[in-house]
Design a protein around this ligand. Structure first.
Ligand code: SF4
Ligand code: SF4
Length: 176
């Protein structure tokens, strides 16, 4: 398989520098409003700051993948002597909590790294420099290009399921 280059975008989070100001939430929701900058509502933000001032916890968490089911088991992190609640460090838009769901539609939210911008908006607006942005390239295995027949088969399998497609091919080949 040939190698291709893939750009990897990383937001580095220094929790010790985060003061919980929530500017990142405001700018993210405002930047993604339609029309752009027409409103701001942290509930629409793709980054949320877990705040527990009594424990000195300020943890920015980015919206990741949607999952239709909650975890059967959970983790608890203790970092630098601070104990985080279950789910605090998780990025999933999941049925067990309200985080990372568009408040009107309930549709899952996911950080898109402000695609098209030279630097993510939340990074630009974080005055305490808790968020920094890095980019690098890494090798990626390139998928072999599919032929017409493979593409057709793939879409049939996606639509009807592998078993049904196989049964149909077996039936047709018997006829032949
Ligand atoms: S803008 Fe920076 S300091 Fe403020 S809450 Fe977000 S990450 Fe923390
Ligand atoms: S990178 Fe962009 S989309 Fe992702 S949380 Fe920051 S502002 Fe929102």
């Amino acid at each position: 398989m040939s190698k291709a280059k893939k750009k990897v975008k990383v937001i580095k989070i220094d929790v010790d520098k985060c003061n919980g100001c929530r500017a990142c939430e405001l700018i993210c929701s405002s930047f993604h409003a339609s029309p752009k900058y027409s409103s701001n509502n942290p509930e629409r933000s793709r980054v949320r700051v877990i705040r527990d001032p009594l424990k000195d916890i300020y943890l920015p968490v980015y919206a990741g993948e949607y999952t239709p089911a909650e975890c059967a088991g959970r983790n608890k992190y203790v970092l630098d002597g601070r104990e985080y609640s279950e789910c605090d460090t998780c990025r999933a838009s999941c049925p067990s909590r309200d985080l990372f769901k568009e408040p009107d539609s309930g549709l899952p939210l996911k950080c898109d790294m402000c695609d098209g911008e030279d630097e993510p908006m939340c990074v630009k607006w974080c005055l305490s420099k808790a968020l920094t942005y890095e980019e690098y390239e890494e090798d990626r295995e390139e998928e072999p290009k599919l032929g017409e027949m493979e593409i057709g088969l793939e879409s049939l399998v996606n639509r009807h399921g592998l078993q049904k497609v196989m049964d149909t091919i077996a039936r047709l080949s018997k006829k032949g």
